[in-house]
Design a protein. Structure first.
Length: 416
């Protein structure tokens, strides 16, 4: 009894030591995990990749696309004016004079004044240096189309972000295409804006020629963000990992409690295509993207933008190559059996015999040269294993079936 007690104490001590060691390892792993999370957060704050935007909540009721788009009755957005649905985009205006089109959300935005919208679009299709007029992204108290604010209302309550492609007289000194924003309380007329009211924008050469308008790679992504009463826009070519700053300013007027999300576009005597591919709305934004984007130096445009577009092309080519490689090496059970000489009836196992494999290949080659037909050693080996497998596993099942028929002789034989 005393001996068993000592053994029990020894076992308990060993268990205790193992427990403490395990707890120490878990504590070390936990500290490493926390350090890894902290490092990941730092990396997220230091780049503008997907990790930097993980702290935001997608709102499907304010999102549309990519194609194919739902039926208008099921869509979260409604089309107005000259806008219509194409197979891979929404054509807000076409190559025709005096067109005005729009798409507006069916329900108003009633979330906190903390939002982000990613808009993927294409503009272009008309050769030469004369084209227009542009399009606008809205968060407005009212919906509609028909005004001169690039297809939207002249007097509006909310936020208007304007992507202007035609240089009017009040834009002297500005290089087009020109992107800017104005927060209106309904008292200002869009057509009278000038000077500091439009001076917060930037030049982005997002417009394209017609030969690349049907290519998704020719699209542009604009990101509108409102965080802590700061309104900002950054932009990038579709597929690029780099963003460029456009503008950021503190809004002075209070925004309406209910705002519809919309996109409008217009043409006048000059024409252009305005295509919307995708819009995605987010809330609970924690990361302001403006400080992580490249500085927009007008002296480096358009070379900087074209370099970003080229980098996106390289990234897409690599993604396409990687995808094709994955498709070519996709798992095929039949090919795997042939490559690894896997035999499902080889239940006995065994080591791989390289000399035996070479002999079998040589025998098969000699048969092929002679033109004869005969069972190879490999096939014979598989057949014999299959027969042994069926004999040891399948025969009993057939005997049991015979016994169910009431054959007393078989039952006697089984008893013996």
């Amino acid at each position: 009894r005393q001996h068993r007690s000592k053994e029990g104490d020894a076992d308990a001590g060993a268990v205790a030591r193992r427990t403490w060691r395990t707890m120490g390892r878990l504590a070390a792993l936990a500290s490493c995990a926390l350090a890894g999370l902290a490092a990941a957060r730092v990396r997220a704050d230091a780049s503008l990749g997907e990790d930097a935007w993980q702290h935001r909540v997608l709102l499907p009721s304010f999102s549309l696309g990519p194609a194919p788009y739902p039926h208008p009755a099921q869509s979260e957005y409604e089309l107005f004016g000259d806008a219509y649905n194409q197979h891979n985009h929404i054509q807000v205006t076409d190559l025709a004079q005096h067109q005005k089109g729009a798409l507006w959300s069916k329900r108003p935005w009633q979330h906190s004044k903390n939002f982000q919208f990613d808009l993927t679009f294409r503009v272009g299709g008309h050769d030469g240096h004369m084209y227009g007029d542009g399009f606008a992204l809205w968060l407005n108290s009212e919906r509609g189309v028909g005004g001169n604010a690039l297809g939207g209302p002249n007097h509006y309550k909310g936020v208007g972000v304007f992507f202007d492609t035609y240089k009017n007289d009040n834009f002297r000194g500005k290089r087009h295409p020109y992107v800017y924003a104005f927060v209106n309380d309904g008292t200002k007329d869009y057509e009278t804006l000038s000077g500091p009211q439009i001076g917060n924008g930037c030049h982005i050469p997002f417009r394209l020629e017609k030969d690349v308008l049907e290519d998704i790679a020719s699209a542009t992504v604009a990101r509108l963000t409102l965080v802590d009463n700061q309104l900002s826009v950054v932009m990038r070519p579709y597929g690029s990992v780099d963003w460029v700053q456009c503008f950021k300013f503190r809004i002075g007027a209070s925004l309406p409690d209910r705002m519809y999300v919309g996109i409008t576009a217009m043409t006048g005597d000059l024409i252009d295509r305005h295509q919307m591919l995708e819009i995605r709305g987010y809330t609970e934004i924690e990361t302001d993207p403006y400080s992580y984007a490249h500085v927009n130096d007008i002296t480096q445009m358009p070379d900087m933008w074209y370099a970003m577009r080229d980098s996106g092309d390289v990234a897409r080519e690599f993604d396409d190559w990687e995808k094709s490689m994955m498709e070519d090496t996709e798992f095929d059970p039949i090919e795997e059996v042939d490559d690894y000489d896997y035999d499902p009836y080889d239940y006995e196992g065994g080591d791989y015999d390289e000399e035996e494999e070479e002999e079998e290949e040589e025998e098969e080659a000699s048969v092929d040269r002679s033109g004869g037909k005969h069972e190879s050693a490999k096939d014979r080996k598989i057949r014999e294993r299959r027969e042994r497998f069926e004999k040891s596993h399948g025969r009993r099942g057939r005997d049991d079936d015979d016994d169910d028929d009431g054959d007393d002789d078989d039952d006697d034989n089984d008893d013996r």
